[in-house]
Design a protein around this ligand. Structure first.
Ligand SMILES: C[S@@+](CC[C@H](N)C(=O)[O-])C[C@H]1O[C@@H](n2cnc3c(N)ncnc32)[C@H](O)[C@@H]1O
Length: 308
């Protein structure tokens, strides 16, 4: 067999900060797209087997090059579990029909207003919003970004707050479904560049931009942020803290003087360390940190020479 096949990785382990971070690192090492972290307080999800108290479950997906690669992936996963020594961890790899995922989360999606001027809905759920509210219509497909996740909502709230007035241009690093880029255009930004290492995310973002009539103001591709030469008045990156840490210098290089950097995907217990990492000897200043559920978001700015 030669066609690509989706695999679902389910990893359960003790719910403490160190074990969670190790689990994320393990999944990234297997090139998985981590789409859900569930604990006993999480909303019902696409994967709703009961979860023991004190445990967290990661449900991740990856595209295997061959449909017959399941045994190999199981072996790699078992080896990774042994090497990462997670506490009380169990894992399994399952073949996965991507249409069942696309359809599964539809059942629990609830449209919502997430900031004073932004609401989100899917193509199949209507939402009555006040006239001043822009309703983003998002179909994430296999990309991250329904808008339900706290990290996405924190970014949309920050964008709503900072786009008064909206700058001309914005950079969205890790665009996923394109939700933040689309929201930015609805808030008045004229030109948005969205980047993602995952080509599927870039395609899904472009489809969502068309769906929301903002294709003319957006461009999505897989260029690494390190290769971006331009600078932007707002840069937003909703990616895991461990990845943000490695991208620090590349992200800062894209920030115009006086520009704002929005960072999300950070667990609350990680936010102080990450803020220090982004401010120490870089010239950036922390404006504020916001928190929602277990997640945090930072807004930093790049002072214009001679100011702070
Ligand atoms: C948590 S999702 C955020 C999606 C969307 N921006 C949102 O806020 O809902 C993170 C995205 O970052 C992408 N990503 C991970 N590492 C990246 C990197 N080094 N450069 C660009 N994108 C990356 C992932 O593929 C994923 O689509």
């Amino acid at each position: 067999m030669s066609h690509d096949a989706w695999r679902r990785l389910v990893l359960e382990c003790d719910d403490d900060a160190t074990t969670r971070e190790l689990a994320r690192t393990l999944l990234i090492s297997l090139d998985a797209n981590t789409v859900e972290e569930q604990d006993t307080s999480t909303l019902p999800s696409t994967y709703d087997d009961p979860l023991s108290e004190g445990q967290v479950r990661f449900v991740a997906y990856l595209q295997a090059p061959h449909a017959d690669s399941l045994p190999l992936l199981r072996e790699q996963f078992a080896l990774a579990l042994r090497t990462h020594t997670l506490t009380n961890a169990t894992g399994r790899v399952e073949p996965f029909d991507d249409t069942s995922w696309r359809d599964g989360w539809r059942a629990f999606f609830k449209p919502a207003q997430v900031s004073p001027r932004l609401a989100i809905r899917t193509p199949w759920v209507e939402f009555d919003a006040a006239d001043h509210v822009h309703v983003l219509v998002i179909e994430p497909g296999m990309a991250f970004g329904t808008g339900l996740h706290e990290t996405t909502q924190l970014c949309l709230q920050a964008l709503d707050d900072l786009c008064h007035p909206a700058p001309e241009r914005l950079l969205d690093v890790g665009c996923g479904s394109g939700i933040l880029s689309i929201g930015a255009v609805k808030l008045g930004v004229s030109n948005v560049l969205g980047l993602d290492i995952d080509p599927i995310a870039a395609d899904v973002s472009a489809e969502n931009a068309t769906r929301n009539d903002v294709a003319h103001a957006t461009h999505f591709d897989t260029t690494p942020v390190a290769a971006i030469q331009d600078t932007y008045p707002i840069v937003v990156a909703n990616i895991l803290a461990s990845i943000l840490t490695t991208l620090r210098d590349d992200l800062i290089a894209t920030l115009a003087p006086g520009g704002r950097l929005i960072l999300s995907g950070i667990l609350e217990e990680e936010h102080t360390t990450l803020a220090a990492h982004f401010c120490d000897n870089t010239g950036l200043v922390l404006d504020r940190a916001e928190h929602l559920g277990p997640w945090s978001m930072l807004v930093l700015h790049n002072p214009i020479a001679g100011t702070n």
